[in-house]
Design a protein around this ligand. Sequence first.
Ligand code: ATR
Length: 274
Amino acid sequence: MKTDLYAVVGHPVSHSLSPLIHSAFASQTGEAMEYTAIQAPLDQFEATVAGFFDRGGRGLNVTVPFKRQAWQMAAHRSERAEKAGAANTLLLDSEGLLTADNTDGEGLVRDLTQYHGIDLTAVRILVLGAGGAVRGVLSPLLACSPDSITIANRTPEKAVDLARLFADEGRLSACSFQELSEPFDLIINGTSASLHGDLPPLNPAAIGPESRVYDMMYSAHQTPFNQWAEQRGARATMDGLGMLVEQAAESFRLWRGVLPDTGHVRTLLRDRSG
Ligand code: ATR
């Protein structure tokens, strides 16, 4: 049987869990595919992508710092990728044209609703951050009909711009971290603060006994933001490992037409880090 080639492209990429996740999906579903990690030189992302598909590659995941470039270079974009302004999945359409999709938001929503069992309908959501990661998840979150989404950012103007961009999809508002004075039902940390060992300077009044907290980052131990939230009495804390697994499953479905079961991979990853 012919083995189809897939890979994740990033810089750096050696830490990526995607090869492990997709290999597990492939064994589970019996799909004949090989999935590797490719570190593209910072100034040669497009050439790396072109070379991969020229060699017969079938699909790519794209990670930091290339998601915007992947979006830009594609001949076609899915509606959700178009709105996200970034792509994490590349494939060729039936005419061989490069097509971009973004499965990050779908991954977050599936993790929240299907795995954690949270009904997002009528929920008051606070999203921290206004960069690419947040832009990628707003449309799928709004599609779940929450009561509202408030975007708070260190640079409030960027939160205002994002709220404007998605205004036709639901109730959105924007503010600074300090302006928040009431608890939210769900708080999603989409800042990159923890990459620099920082916490977003969130007013603790935003966390109440009913607040659930989701950090889009993940690590072997509880993330600093989740630790901070738990100490302030949050009802539950969740990290982004589930989002990673679910976005991978959705990419796999786009490539292979089969949605893998994610339970097994979740256990594999937890056991590995435990
Ligand atoms: P990404 O693609 O990960 O979203 P990005 O587009 O550079 O990366 O956005 C990073 C986000 O994290 C921004 O919202 C940034 O706030 P600013 O817009 O004010 O720069 C936020 N961020 C990064 N470091 C932070 C920190 N130490 N405290 C609070 N917010 C931080």
